[in-house]
Design a protein around this ligand. Sequence first.
Ligand SMILES: [Zn+2]
Length: 136
Amino acid sequence: MLVRNVKDVPKIAVKEFRVGDRVLPVSGTSVRWMVHNGYGGPEYKHGFALRHFTMEPGGKIPFHAHEYVEAIFVLEGELIFKSERETVKVGSGDVVYTYAQEGHSLENPSDTQTVTFTCTIDCPGDGSNCLEPRGS
Ligand SMILES: [Zn+2]
């Protein structure tokens, strides 16, 4: 068993999101990789990563898609979450679950409130998307 606190995990500024050759700018966002493929030994199997995000007022992650699925669990504040089909406002206690290659974007619409959320992802293929540290 491993135990760590969010305050003890390095906070990494997210400046961009890479999709193939495209580089999309990200603003007001940082991430802490709470659980990833380099944390713990092989007995942990490393089938997922758990990340803790902080998004400042006005922060944005632009529309993107990826092979891994993700479950975003909002801890505090509100997010505008857009997918290919709909736009929703989600808040504390809500979970948004996206499927592989489902396009989506996230935005903190507040002028004052920071949003915190966790994002749990699976590690398809070689699992390289679950290696810390990454800014996306
Ligand atoms: Zn995503």
